[in-house]
Design a protein around this ligand. Structure first.
Ligand code: SAM
Length: 291
């Protein structure tokens, strides 16, 4: 095994050697804890037949650990200044492809088709926190052929993704993620595991992507519009949220009946409903407006 990039000394050396200036705007907090690195690779279940998509390789700490365990790593990095550094730190590895692009501007379906060589694809990353939600939603909503997403994110965001109905963290993000995937927080990570230390706590979360959405609905757009409305005005009843939902034009009597048909109390708040209940309500409304 080659010496690890992730040790604090080596990371410092590499940064100094290249006179690299870490950019806050790109969320550049590099991992310097080798145990956490191993935990990420282990909990992602990386095997030698997997193709890994890594977002934001930085100076290559996680990329190296992934390349030692996977068939192949495709690493997408936005910062052009990191590309020559990566080409040097990872030169021993023949199974890494580095792509200098903004992950949010990449056609991921095409990238996976062209580069994965038919292998199962897993996403593994220490994400740039400023774009965590757009990245996760892009990966899930595009219904890409990926098995799982194991990522380091801000702890609060991991808790929101995993939250259950009725808890303070439960919201539109919980439902959006849980619609597509099963969630599992696998580690909590303190700031001193990074260089420089971020101002927030972090966590590693694994999302096991389901082949089909975890609740079947007739109209996905209506389902997500309902979720958005329910949490847009968190303290309001679902009755009021639906009444104010543009495009539906339902009166209160109709909403009461629809809630009853979906097996819900007219005073219920959206934050109390689970995925299946939101699905049932969306289908009840769908049937009503299409009859
Ligand atoms: N993987 C490295 C590690 O664990 O030490 C670096 C992780 S650092 C938290 C986030 C990385 O994502 C940085 O290298 C940053 O330049 C990169 N990044 C930020 N925005 C990006 C984007 N839109 N597309 C691709 N990479 C991005």
């Amino acid at each position: 095994m080659n010496p690890r990039i992730a040790s604090p000394q080596r990371t410092k050396q590499i940064i100094q050697k290249y006179n690299f200036h870490l950019l806050k705007k790109f969320g550049q907090n590099f991992l310097i804890d080798e145990n956490i690195l191993d935990e990420i690779v282990w909990s992602a279940g990386v095997t030698e037949t997997d193709c890994i998509l890594e977002i934001g390789p930085g100076i290559g700490s996680l990329t190296q650990a992934l390349a030692e365990n996977a068939f192949k790593v495709i690493a997408v990095e936005i910062d052009a200044k990191l590309i020559p550094i990566l080409q040097d730190t990872l030169k021993e590895y023949k199974n890494i492809e580095i792509i200098n692009k903004d992950i949010l501007k990449v056609d991921l379906k095409q990238l996976i088709e062209e580069k994965s060589e038919g292998k199962p694809v897993k996403v593994v990353a220490n994400l740039p926190y400023y774009i965590t939600t757009p990245i996760i939603m892009e990966l899930l909503e595009k219904k890409l052929p990926i098995q799982s997403i194991t990522v380091m994110v801000q702890k609060e965001v991991a808790e929101r993704m995993q939250a259950s109905p009725g808890t303070k963290d439960y919201g539109a993000l919980s439902l959006a993620v849980q619609y597509y995937a099963e969630t599992c927080i696998v580690a909590k990570v303190p700031p001193n595991c990074f260089m420089p230390s971020p101002a927030v706590e972090s966590a590693v979360i694994r999302l096991d992507v389901s082949k089909e959405p975890r609740v079947q609905v007739q109209d996905e757009r209506l389902f997500f519009a309902l979720v958005k409305a329910a949490f847009g005005q968190r303290r309001k009843t679902l009755m009021n949220a639906l009444y104010n939902l543009g495009g539906l034009s339902l009166d209160k009597q109709q909403i009461t009946e629809l809630l009853q048909q979906a097996g819900l109390d007219e005073k219920v708040r959206g934050e109390a409903l689970d995925l299946a209940q939101f699905g049932r309500l969306a289908d009840t409304i769908h049937r009503f407006i299409n009859k």
